[in-house]
Design a binder for this molecule. Structure first.
Ligand code: PYC
Length: 405
C-alpha cells in the first residue's frame, strides 16, 4: 500500500553488499540512474546495482534549477518530454513520496521579431502534439506576472511570450530520494562511493565494470552519468560527440512570494523562478568554454543580475545568498543520446542531456528499462540513438533551450 507519510527516522534506502555479478549495472545514482532502476524493478528485473562515485543525487540531479516542461521545438522532443511531464504529474502518488511538483506555468519571453517567430513555431508543434502552449502578448503577460517590466523602458522590451501552463518546478532531491527508496524496496542494490574505473567488453558485448571496490560482472551496463558521460563511455572504448560545459546558477535571500510562473528570457540569457521558501533561483546559459569545473564566477553573477533587473527592476535591493555550477554534456544537436551502442551489445547510453536532463529523468528511466526488458528500443527513443551522428538524422533542439546558447 502507498503511504504519503514518511517518518524522519525511516531509512530511505539500505546498504547491501556489492555482489560480484548483476544482470544490470547502472553507472550514476542521479535521477536517470535511479529512475531506470525503479522502472526495471516494476518490470520484474531486480538483479540490478546502481553505482556512483559520490553520494546519491550529488551530480547534475542536485545542481539543476528544477524546471519541468515539455514545450520543445522538435516533434521527437515534444513527444518525449510530454511523457516525462505526465510521469512527474503522477510521481508523488506512484512512489508514495511528495516530490512537491508545482505546475505553476512556464513563460518563455521573446524580445525580438525572430524570437517571436521561434516561439510561434514551438507553439504550433506543441499544439499539434497536444501539449498546452500558446503565444501571449504584453497585456496578458503583465496580468500573469505583475512584477515583470513590460514597458518600453528596457533595452529589449518584451514583445510576446510562449505560455506553457503544465510547466513548473519540483523538489529535485525528493525525486532522487523517492526513486531510490522505490528501487531499494524492490531489492535493487544502491552503492554510493563506488567509482567505476573501466567498462569491460568481450566479443562485441559488454561484460561488466571494474570499480574502486572490485570487479562486477553484468549483462547490461547503463551509462546515466551527467558531466562524465564521455569519460565513462571512453572507459568502454566508445567515443561520444559530446563537449562538457559548466552551467551556473544562484539563489537569493527569501522574499515574500510574488512570482508564481517560471520566467525564461532566451534573448537576455536568464531564467528566474521563486521557490516555496521565497528564494529566487536564477540561471543563465552554459559557460562558453569547455570545463569540468564546478566553480562560480563573478562574470556570471554580474550578467545574470543585470539581465534579471531588466525584467524585474523591483529586485534591485535583493541580496544573493549563494552561487553554484553544474556540468552539462552537450551534443551537437542539443538532443540526448539514448539507446544501445551500435556494435557493443548490452552497453546502453542515457547521456548528453545538455541542460535538459532533470526534466527527462522519469521517461528516460522508463524507456531504458523497457529497452533492457524487451531487448528492443521503444519508439519514443529511436530518434535519439548514437548512430544519428553517422547517418545525419539529427534532432535539432537548440531553439528550445531555456536560453539560446
Ligand atoms: O531547459 O528549461 C530548461 C532549462 C532550465 C535551466 C536549464 N535548462
Amino acid at each position: 500500500m502507498k503511504t504519503w507519510q514518511v517518518f524522519r527516522h525511516e531509512r530511505m534506502w539500505t546498504t547491501r553488499p556489492l555482489k560480484p555479478r548483476y544482470h544490470v549495472v547502472i553507472v550514476g545514482a542521479g535521477v536517470h540512474g535511479l529512475a531506470t532502476a525503479y522502472y526495471l524493478s516494476k518490470l520484474g528485473i531486480t538483479d540490478v546495482a546502481v553505482l556512483d562515485k559520490g553520494y546519491l543525487g550529488g551530480g547534475a540531479s542536485g545542481r539543476n534549477t528544477a524546471i519541468i516542461r515539455s514545450n520543445y521545438r522538435t516533434p521527437e522532443g515534444v513527444a518525449f518530454y510530454d511523457q516525462s511531464v505526465k510521469l512527474y504529474e503522477g510521481l508523488s502518488r506512484e512512489i508514495g513520496y511528495n516530490v512537491l511538483f508545482s505546475q505553476q506555468g512556464h513563460l518563455t519571453l521573446a524580445h525580438s521579431d525572430s524570437a517571436v517567430n521561434g516561439l510561434r513555431v514551438r507553439a504550433e508543434v506543441n499544439q499539434m502534439l497536444g501539449v498546452d502552449s500558446r503565444i501571449i502578448y504584453p497585456e496578458e503577460i503583465k496580468r500573469l506576472v505583475p512584477a515583470l517590466d513590460v514597458t518600453d523602458r528596457p533595452r529589449y522590451p518584451i514583445q510576446a511570450a510562449l505560455l506553457h501552463p503544465p510547466g513548473g518546478i519540483i523538489r529535485h532531491d525528493a525525486v532522487v530520494w523517492g526513486y531510490a527508496r522505490g528501487a531499494d524496496r524492490a531489492g535493487v542494490g544502491i552503492h554510493p562511493f563506488t567509482e567505476v574505473t573501466r567498462v569491460t567488453r568481450e566479443n562485441g558485448r559488454v561484460t561488466g565494470v571494474e570499480t574502486s571496490r572490485g570487479v562486477v560482472k553484468a549483462d547490461w551496463v547503463v551509462n546515466t552519468t551527467a558531466g562524465w558521460a564521455s569519460t565513462v563511455a571512453a572507459m568502454g572504448g566508445v567515443r561520444l560527440p559530446i563537449t562538457t560545459h559548466p552551467l551556473q546558477a544562484l539563489v537569493t535571500e527569501p522574499l515574500k512570494p510574488f512570482l508564481d510562473k517560471v520566467i525564461v528570457s532566451s534573448n537576455l540569457h536568464v531564467y528566474v523562478n521563486q521557490t516555496d521558501r521565497g528564494e529566487l533561483v536564477i540561471g543563465s546559459e552554459i559557460d562558453p568554454y569547455t570545463s569540468y569545473s564546478n566553480r562560480s564566477t563573478l562574470q556570471f553573477l554580474e550578467s545574470s543580475a543585470r539581465h534579471t533587473l531588466e525584467l524585474f527592476p523591483c529586485l534591485k535591493e535583493v541580496r544573493v545568498l549563494r552561487q553554484w555550477a553544474g556540468i552539462c554534456d552537450m551534443t551537437p544537436d542539443f538532443s540526448p543520446i539514448i539507446g544501445e551502442v551500435p556494435g557493443v551489445k548490452g552497453f546502453v547510453m542515457d547521456v548528453g542531456w545538455g541542460t535538459y536532463g532533470f526534466k527527462a529523468g522519469p521517461i528516460a528511466g522508463k524507456m531504458v528499462a523497457e529497452l533492457i526488458a524487451t531487448n528492443q528500443p521503444p519508439p519514443l527513443i529511436q530518434p535519439f540513438g548514437l548512430e544519428r551522428f553517422l547517418t545525419g538524422r539529427l534532432v535539432g533542439e537548440k531553439a528550445a533551450a531555456a536560453v539560446s546558447h
